[in-house]
Write a protein that binds this ligand. Sequence first.
Ligand code: FAD
Length: 446
Amino acid sequence: MDYIVEPARSLPVVAKVDLCVIGGSCTGVFAAVRAARMGLSVALVEKTNALGGMAGNGLVCVWHSLYDTELKEQVIAGLTYEMTERLAKVNAIKTTGANPPSFVFNPEELKIELDAFVKEHKIQLFLHTLYTAAFTDGRKVTAVAIENKDGRGAIEAGFFIDASGDGDMARHLRLPHYIPEHPQPPTACWYLQGDIQSMDYISLLRTCGPEFGLEDDWGWGTTLPGGSDVHMRADTHVFDAFCADASDLTRAEMTGREQMRRIVRLLNARGNGPYRLLSACSHIGIRETYHFVTRFRADWKDLLLGRRYEDAVLNGSYRVDVHLTNPRGITLMYLDGRKVTQYGRNERTEVSDWREELGVSGPPATYYQVPFDLLVQERYDNFIAAGRMLNADEESFGALRVMVNLNQLGEAAGVAAALCVDGDVPVQKLDGVSVRRALKAGGSAL
Ligand SMILES: Cc1cc2nc3c(=O)[nH]c(=O)nc-3n(C[C@H](O)[C@H](O)[C@H](O)COP(=O)(O)OP(=O)(O)OC[C@H]3O[C@@H](n4cnc5c(N)ncnc54)[C@H](O)[C@@H]3O)c2cc1C
């Protein structure tokens, strides 16, 4: 590869704050809001035009149950619950009939509600602004470089949270990382207009898919709140694309859109037409890229057996949900022991009981936890990465990666940042129990 040498230049410092958060999904926004509520001045940097991350520009509009698996105890509250209440006030959220019930929301309304949320908390928001580099001094991160219409600038802060999904900042800080052998494939979500309720949509795709150039694959979809013939569909997959790689990401975006068109063509030829590709996500849904090493690595057995921690920062009840690349399919593992793997579009299903296989008896756990150490890296005193870059094995990642869980990690990161800044404590020395206490005092169900 050829190189050019970039001349050194001075960067204008565009903000000096207590906390700088990179990435504006709910993980990042909730980190920012929690820290602001605890008195920190906060800057939030988002590379796209809107907040919400996958739930906004990715059109991924489902939050799972806030209850334990028996629906007896609300195990998730905090800002996730607050946001569901806010969305309910503008008729932008509904609960599904699934068991346990999930929430389906309107992503456009979520973006607007998140705008209001950051405004109310006087968070300095930078949209259309890409984080590009980190500056350090010994064990401290001192500043980040950003790029936007004004050019290149710097934000100085006392603490930094990387909520970029891929862990862009953690990577620039050279924190130890790993990539799974088969990262879960990305999916481009889209809005389909037309009648798919009166037919067996999945079977139609299975039988006619090959003729229209579609691979045997798995997918799901939902209608939006308000009721209409518009369906959010998540039934594309781009296999073998590692979306933290620029050329793979470009290919994945284009291939995802092409798959949407093929499905619409198939439906118009064989379904109860007419059908229309109404709109496509403005960012492909990335499930998995880099993971970063922290003090605690989530382990699926501890998770699904419901191990408890006195410094828990997250409660969850969502099952393990792993999208398989080879062979194509999906594996679901429930807390009650069921393990179901579906290959292709419902082509073949394998069922087993992981509790039986482990020789576990007694009542199953109804929810799980992870401790604060999941957020603690060893190298920098004032840095946390929160989001899907978390440290986990394949199965526990398949459970923890959903938004009702990552939202809580964002909140925990924001609270930890506030405690570190206030007490002038390195994150490695922070007592996880105090983080849990502060989360609880701020409305979490821990
Ligand atoms: C198709 C699909 C379906 C899914 N279905 C569900 C579901 O039904 N329910 C559920 O709960 N979960 C679901 N998930 C999982 C869930 O959506 C993700 O795991 C979760 O949204 C990841 O959150 P995150 O905050 O880590 O990252 P993201 O949501 O990816 O957010 C990262 C944010 O950082 C910004 N950013 C990235 N790099 C930079 C940078 N350099 N500078 C500035 N900003 C940057 C991005 O623009 C984005 O806003 C699904 C995922 C996919 C892909």
